[in-house]
Write a protein that binds this ligand. Structure first.
Ligand SMILES: NC(=O)C1=CN([C@@H]2O[C@H](COP(=O)(O)OP(=O)(O)OC[C@H]3O[C@@H](n4cnc5c(N)ncnc54)[C@H](OP(=O)(O)O)[C@@H]3O)[C@@H](O)[C@H]2O)C=CC1
Ligand SMILES: O=C(O)[C@@H]1CCC=N1
Length: 271
């Protein structure tokens, strides 16, 4: 089985590396194509995969084509791919918003997996939700699941709406966590801690809280209660968040990402 990864950026290279480390695929069976000379130099220097500049040289050889370019590059790329594909190839897209129908209509392929990973895939802690077109067989689906699992966990969702929804939760979600971390680090700096100490205070707090959450069956609300003493400091902080409607604002932000994913799928330039 040969896999071609198109787009050697944050996510494309992460998956190429994940697949090669996993031993599911031999390195010589992973091809990487990008239009940026800088990215291709990076791939060449890693000397892990063969770097390609021209679609003609790699698309026809691929059993699986993994698309990891930005959504606004999809239209042009798909038009070019259309002339090179054979009906049996399977395409995995991780692009936000781009629907299976659009991919089928523009590439001519029918075996499509639409997936939504997240950045922690870079450290093997990713979460990828995915859905398949009916033309993908059960055996192919199992093989794809193994490939996606090389970067963390994967979840097969019921329909594409859940891909857009998981974009709002897990796809974009790491940025919400970093937003929270940034604010806490800024508060620590304002309290007089050095940048290094601020970083350790915040990072270890997040790591510890996640470890607790993962080792137990308690909800975040129950954990909050364990931290907060009556009339104490945590209650003061949680009251301040409640007063400022922070919880609702976080939900609103997640829905803004969900809505944007749906909108991206409808934008004319992609079809
Ligand atoms: N970053 C994230 O956390 C997540 C991203 N995604 C999705 O993954 C996709 C990729 O995102 P990300 O990895 O961050 O993007 P990057 O910009 O890091 O990587 C995309 C790469 O593709 C290259 N490229 C552009 N057009 C083409 C083309 N026609 N053929 C080959 N290569 C091309 C780009 O080159 P150049 O820079 O020159 O344009 C760039 O090197 C997006 O569609 C996004 O929606 C999904 C989940 C999480
Ligand atoms: O911001 C984006 O559009 C992509 C999709 C999810 C994370 N990054």
């Amino acid at each position: 089985m040969k896999v071609l990864v198109i787009g050697a950026g944050n996510m494309g290279l992460t998956y190429a590396k994940g697949m090669s480390k996993s031993k599911l695929l031999k390195k010589e069976n992973i091809m990487v194509l990008d239009t940026s000379e800088e990215k291709l130099d990076e791939v060449d220097q890693m000397s892990d995969f063969d770097a390609y500049r021209n679609l003609e040289d790699c698309v026809p050889q691929a059993d699986i084509i993994f698309i990891a370019v930005k959504p606004y590059h999809a239209e042009d790329l798909f038009r070019k791919i259309n002339k090179l594909v054979t009906g049996d190839q399977l395409l995995i897209s991780i692009m936000a918003g781009i629907t299976i129908k659009t991919i089928k209509d523009t590439t001519g392929l029918t075996k499509i997996i639409r997936a939504m990973p997240n950045l922690p895939a870079q450290v093997g802690k990713g979460l990828t939700s995915y859905v398949a077109s009916p033309e993908v067989s059960r055996i192919e689906l199992l093989a794809i699941e193994s490939l996606l699992d090389t970067t963390g966990k994967s979840i097969l969702v019921k329909d594409e709406n859940f891909i857009d929804a998981s974009t709002g939760i897990s796809g974009s979600g790491p940025a919400y966590v970093f937003y929270f971390m940034q604010s806490m680090m800024e508060a620590a700096l304002q309290m007089g801690f050095s940048p290094n100490v601020s970083k350790v205070l915040v990072a270890q707090t997040f790591t510890g809280a996640i470890e607790l959450f993962n080792q137990n069956t308690l909800s975040p609300n129950s954990w909050m209660e364990k931290v907060a003493s009556k009339g104490g400091t945590t209650r003061a902080a949680l009251n301040s968040m409640e007063d400022n409607n922070v919880g609702e604002l976080i939900k609103e932000a997640a829905f803004a990402a969900f809505d944007r994913a749906v909108e991206l799928g409808k934008e004319k330039q992609h079809v």
